[in-house]
Design a protein around this ligand. Structure first.
Ligand code: NAP
Length: 287
């Protein structure tokens, strides 16, 4: 039996990032506009600080403007709302990203929904989710969009393929299932109430796992030759692990993403692509 081919998310993300940087340069030279990403970090959560730092570094590397705002954890909900309103009206701001989770006590959904759809580079507002549900063009959530690029890199024809998504969150599983459906896959969504998960996942030509449960998926969940995408990411004493038991699953899958180096790097690369797409939309250009 041969072992699965590895989907090299790091390389695919690097390729996407260089294409975005070239497109930003062309956009700026033809319009005079430098796309700008406003990142909002509230409080001092160390993991959020790292995520925001990585996003800001990528913004600069892509030739875009890094418009960062760091507010103390004791800021009021209305002060954050006022800042989002200001950024929404500011023509130099192409995209607005509110880093989640917020410290306790804030209504994140209410704040996210203040971001205009054209600047919603995370694709998380109710309006953006509605556009996706209706198949209307708009900015799509970064992680599921990145997963679609990884699936496409395998060359699999999604039209009519059986796809299973484990997880139904607003951030990952929910939009993931809609993106796969848009491509005419036959999509099943599994979640924590699903009975006999193995019988569902073993039907999948494409299996996307976003359950947030380390090692949930083993070889017995896999159809021979399937494309397996592991969105999960967990810090353990043995390093980063995903929701998929990589070493056993790779013996039956056709393609598999590693953790780290699979889905993770794609998320930031797509955020950069979304920021450029937002700037193009605001300039009245096709995306
Ligand atoms: P989440 O909001 O906790 O959602 C988890 C989903 O998985 C829920 O829909 C839940 O079902 C389902 N689930 C939980 N246990 C299950 C089980 N035993 N069997 C089947 N389904 C189960 O998590 P998330 O935000 O979607 O993130 C999922 C994972 O992806 C996390 O590990 C997160 O760290 C990772 N992530 C990675 C990236 C990246 O860039 N690499 C980005 C985002 C997230 P219910 O709806 O029934 O509760």
């Amino acid at each position: 039996m041969t072992s699965a081919k590895i989907i090299d998310g790091s390389q695919i993300a690097r390729d996407l990032s260089s294409r975005v940087a070239a497109d930003v340069a062309a956009f700026t030279s033809s319009t005079g506009i430098v796309p700008g990403l406003a990142t909002l970090l509230i409080g001092e959560d160390p993991a959020s600080e790292v995520y925001v730092r990585n996003k800001r570094t990528a913004v600069v590397a892509a030739g875009m403007a890094d418009l960062h705002h760091h507010l103390a954890a004791d800021v009021s909900q209305s002060a954050i709302a006022a800042l989002i309103a200001e950024l929404a009206a500011d023509g130099t701001v192409s995209g607005i990203l509110l880093q989640l989770p917020l410290p306790s006590g804030f209504d994140s959904a209410a704040l996210i929904n203040l971001i205009p759809a054209q600047k919603d580079v995370d694709g998380l507002t109710t309006l953006s989710a509605g556009l996706l549900a209706r198949g209307v063009p708009g900015l799509r959530p970064c992680t599921p969009t990145g997963v679609m690029t990884l699936i496409d890199s395998t060359g699999i024809n999604l039209d009519g393929a059986t796809a299973v998504v484990v997880g139904r969150s607003e951030l990952v599983g929910g939009p993931m299932s809609r993106l796969l459906l848009e491509r005419n896959a036959t999509v099943t969504v599994a979640h924590s109430h699903t009975r006999d998960l193995e019988s569902v996942t073993t039907r999948a030509d494409v299996l996307v796992v976003a359950a947030g449960r380390p090692g949930l998926i083993g070889v017995n969940h896999i159809k021979q030759g399937a494309v397996v995408i592991d969105v999960g990411i967990h810090r353990t004493d043995h390093g980063l692990v995903g929701d998929v038991r990589f070493d056993e699953v790779r013996e039956r899958a056709g393609w598999i993403t590693p953790v780290p180096g699979g889905v993770g790097p794609m998320t930031i690369a797509v955020l950069m692509a979304n920021t450029l797409a937002a700037a193009r939309m605001q300039a009245g250009l096709p995306t």
